[in-house]
Design a protein. Structure first.
Length: 115
């Protein structure tokens, strides 16, 4: 099983990025997907969640209204659209696939918001 994130980079405050998470080696459509982030010196935190069907989503208060999580089960992909980015969004972003008791993590992609 493998998750590979992409789409990170350097962006100015107020800008946008779209992160992608490509899944392989497991039945993607049977797993809930989440995005986490970890800033330097801080614990990893949950940013967004999407259910198996995509019908249920959840966002941390800090990103609500700015970030959108989505998935394409036909393509084995999950996404995180990030708009109105702020300096405090700077972190390594990870996707996670979860179907108890199984859990898979990607290697992370760096997002840096700076002018």
């Amino acid at each position: 099983a493998q998750l590979v994130e992409s789409g990170g980079g350097l962006v100015q405050p107020g800008g946008s990025l779209r992160l992608s998470c490509a899944a392989s080696g497991f039945t993607f459509s049977s797993y809930a997907m989440s995005w986490y982030r970890q800033a330097p010196g801080k614990e990893r935190e949950l940013v967004a969640f999407i259910s198996i069907s995509g019908g249920t989503t959840w966002y941390a208060d800090s990103v609500k209204g700015r970030f959108t999580i989505s998935r394409d089960n036909a393509k084995n992909m999950a996404y995180l659209q990030m708009n109105s980015l702020k300096a405090e969004d700077t972190a390594v972003y990870y996707c996670k696939a979860y179907r108890p008791p199984e859990m898979y993590w990607g290697q992370g992609t760096q997002v840096t918001v700076s002018s």
